[in-house]
Design a protein. Sequence first.
Length: 101
Amino acid sequence: MTARIYKPSKTAMQSGRGKTEKWVLEFFPSSVTKRDPLMGWRSGSDTQKQVKIKFNSKEDAIRYAEENSIKYSLSDPKERRIKPKAYADNFSFNRKETWTH
C-alpha cells in the first residue's frame, strides 16, 4: 500500500479557503479498473482508493503512516502569493495596458 499525504487546495467553485486546513492521507489505486459490459461503469476490486483520512497536522499524518507501515509520498503545499491590488489602479496614468472602454 502506498499513500499520498497532502494539504488540499481550494476548489475553483469557492472563493473562500474552507476545508483546506487539514492534511489528508489518501491511498493510491493498486489495481486497474475494468469497464462493466452491461452498464459501462468503471469498477475495480481496490477499496483502499475510497479511503481518505484527515489529520490536524502533517506530523500526525506521517506518524499514522509510519505506525501502520504505510509507504507514503509527501506533497507540501505551495506558498500563496498575494498581489496587493486597488480599484484606483484601474484609472492610473501609469497603466501598462491601453484603456479599452
